[in-house]
Design a protein around this ligand. Structure first.
Ligand code: AMP
Length: 137
């Protein structure tokens, strides 16, 4: 399968559609999931175009994990979470809905979390959570 330049995260990276950004560096971007499974659910994506972890270059994978670590620490602190769940789906058969690789950083446990990509959050509430995460970076 070829990378689709028009997937929603590619559009976010090109600033063609907005996101609630919490962190950006040369190689990665982190923003609030608009259908969070728990309060503070954040996505971390590489700027390199790749559908799954298998398609990503090693150096982009290293940079991505570094940012996942940074965001995990900030989300944990901002949300006062005792634990952080990371998950990352590869391919439609695994449940991936956006074909640009991303890590989910979610406070708490997957058990008891809301359904995947199901309910839109209030953008005002998302922005206020994003501010807490930015302050915790
Ligand atoms: P996955 O199913 O692992 O590909 O996850 C895609 C995630 O992206 C889901 O959790 C969606 O809620 C989230 N999502 C979809 N569109 C957007 C968007 N425009 N901004 C932020 N998050 C999004």
């Amino acid at each position: 399968m070829n990378y689709d330049d028009n997937n929603i995260f590619a559009k976010i990276l090109r600033n063609e559609i907005p996101c609630i950004k919490v962190f950006e560096n040369e190689t990665t971007l982190a923003f609030m999931d608009i259908m969070p499974q728990a309060q503070g659910h954040t996505l971390v994506i590489p700027k390199e175009p790749a559908i799954t972890i298998m398609d990503l270059s090693t150096s982009a994978a290293v940079d991505l994990i570094e940012s996942v670590q940074v965001i995990s620490r900030a989300v944990k602190k901002a949300m006062n979470a005792e634990g952080i769940t990371l998950f990352q789906l590869n391919g439609e058969a695994a449940g991936q809905t956006v074909p640009h690789i991303h890590f989910h950083v979610m406070p708490g446990s997957i058990l008891g979390a809301k359904h995947h990509a199901s309910t839109m959050a209030d953008p005002v509430e998302l922005e206020s959570i994003a501010q807490k995460i930015r302050s915790a970076l």
